[in-house]
Design a protein. Structure first.
Length: 277
């Protein structure tokens, strides 16, 4: 006869397994159309090779489309860029006034990330009349200034280069409708937050703000508190980085719990696990 503790452990393991399997079934049954994304976006993302949204996508997209501020905790490689790119493009398409001002600003930490985000927006906006541009250090500002003279709906920038062009009065951010801060934890590590705060003084306070970070430390939450209004918190990774040091598999001992197979393993997402998109 199993002891009470053994019965509890047995039941707990099985319930966790059922919960994980239920989540997997739910994820497999959701398509991009179920997220109320418009056909041009669904067509572009499908042609890019993606048929199902990732967890961060089906969690965040409905809230972004509803105009909510977002505080997201998600690691690189889990479909984060698409999670904000697709709904942001839909919101911009929904309201398309004649304009010459930048409507969406995305701040990110490095040149490589800025280029990657721009490429993703180009891919997903394939069938939409939206323009995007990335600006960053390490190249001549001449070509970037020439591009800024044209209409730019979505600007992706590193804080240093953007602040430089603001100080030279080349960029007006007063009409920003959506602000996205990507990889805030990296910005903190690179000591970019002071520049970010200076930039935000130029951005309209009447905006939707999305903040994403691989961790949500007390320092990052303090930054979020100054930027977000009643945010929805979405997460696909442990809030504490210490959680990742917990041993990943959990094995059942058949000698003590005869109703659980010896090979039973509880699946746990590991730091090196990556969704396709």
């Amino acid at each position: 006869m199993l002891t009470c503790l053994q019965k509890y452990i047995n039941s707990d393991l099985i319930n966790k397994d059922l919960s994980i399997k239920t989540t997997e079934i739910l994820m497999s049954s959701i398509s991009f159309k179920h997220l109320n994304l418009i056909n041009p976006i669904v067509r572009a993302v499908t042609e890019a090779g993606y048929s199902k949204p990732t967890e961060i996508q089906y969690t965040a997209i409905p809230h972004i489309l509803a105009g909510k501020d977002i505080m997201g905790c998600v690691q690189t490689g889990m479909g984060k860029t698409a999670a904000f790119a697709m709904p942001v493009m839909q919101l911009l398409k929904k309201n398309t006034p004649d304009h010459n001002e930048i409507r969406t600003l995305i701040l990110t930490s490095t040149r490589e990330l800025a280029v990657q985000i721009e490429d993703d927006f180009k891919m997903y906006s394939k069938y939409l009349p939206l323009s995007q541009l990335s600006i960053f250090e390490g190249v001549s500002a001449g070509g970037q200034l020439a591009a800024l003279r044209k209409r730019v709906d979505i600007l992706i920038a590193t804080p240093g280069r953007l602040l430089e062009l603001i100080n030279q009065r080349h960029i007006d951010l007063s009409k920003i409708e959506i602000l996205i801060l990507d990889e805030v934890d990296t910005m903190l590590d690179l000591e970019l937050i002071a520049d970010v705060k200076k930039i935000l003084q130029q951005v309209s306070k009447k905006r939707q703000t999305l903040l994403f970070s691989a961790i949500l430390s007390a320092e990052i939450r303090a930054v979020a508190d100054t930027l977000l209004q009643n945010p929805v918190e979405v997460s696909t990774s442990p809030v504490s980085p210490k959680a990742q040091s917990i041993p990943q598999p959990v094995y059942a001992d058949k000698r003590n719990m005869p109703n659980v197979p010896m090979e039973f393993t509880l699946p746990v997402a590991t730091p090196d696990f990556r969704y396709k998109n």
